[in-house]
Structures are given as structure tokens and as C-alpha cells.
Design a protein. Structure first.
Length: 139
């Protein structure tokens, strides 16, 4: 990632963070495609997600007509570690690598048709609920 061109970094961040919220807020088409996670042992969770969204040029802070629409795709693969034993909240830490596909018409703004990004994060989650089984007579 080049630090001399902060605009690219901002646009990539908009794609990562603002996709779902902006699409809902502005009435844009937003489609999430397959997402999956594999909770390996209650603490270690690799995950993957693919997303498609149609955004306005205004939302992406692009030059040109603000009402022009752009079809964007993004794939993410990541990992979350849960630090169990801290009730009532569970601290988490993880990392994500994402790859986007942007239209050729805005490749010049991004410098590529496939921007790649990565980020690390920390968070708090409620404890996982254990599956409970109710045994008894139905009345």
C-alpha cells in the first residue's frame, strides 16, 4: 500500500466499512453472497465472505457524476481468536485480508482493478450460548 496516495486508502476503507450501511441508508442494491465461519474449538474461528454492492460515485468520493453507479465485489478471508473466561464479555482479536474488484471505469482512481487490503481488529462479544436441551413431558 502506498502512503503517498491516501485517497486510495480512504476509498478502500469505504468499501470495507461502509458497504452494507450505506447501501441500506441510501436505498442502494446490496447483496451479500456466501459467508461462512468454522468455529474450530470455541476460541479459534477462521471465516470467509463474498459481497456484491452497487454504490453511487458520491458514496465512493469519486470524481464525475455523483449519481453514477458502480458494481463492486469484495472477498474476505480472516481469523478471529476468542479469549474465553472473561464473563460477561469475551475479548476477541483477529485479522482480515480482503480483495476487491472494481469496474475498469474507475481503475485509474484505485490504481488497479483489484485493490487488496488487510486489517487487524479487537472487539468484545457476548459469551457463546451453549445449546440447551429441554427434556420433559409436553402438556
Amino acid at each position: 500500500m502506498r502512503t503517498s496516495q491516501p485517497n486510495r486508502r480512504c476509498i478502500a476503507l469505504v468499501l470495507v466499512v461502509g458497504g452494507a450501511a450505506a447501501a441500506q441508508e441510501h436505498g442502494h442494491h446490496h447483496h451479500e453472497m456466501p459467508a461462512d465461519e468454522a468455529d474450530l474449538d470455541g476460541r479459534n474461528v477462521p471465516f470467509a465472505r463474498v459481497e456484491y454492492v452497487r454504490k453511487l460515485g458520491h458514496d465512493l468520493v469519486l470524481p464525475g457524476p455523483p449519481d453514477a453507479t458502480y458494481d463492486l465485489f469484495q472477498a474476505q478471508i480472516g481469523y478471529v481468536h476468542r479469549f474465553t473466561g472473561f464473563a460477561p464479555l469475551v475479548p476477541t482479536a483477529g485479522a482480515v485480508i480482503d480483495v476487491s474488484l472494481v469496474p475498469a471505469s474507475i481503475e485509474g482512481v484505485y490504481g488497479t482493478r483489484m485493490p487488496v487490503g488487510a486489517f487487524v481488529f479487537v472487539g468484545l462479544q457476548p459469551p457463546r450460548m451453549e445449546a440447551t436441551h429441554h427434556h420433559g413431558n409436553a402438556m
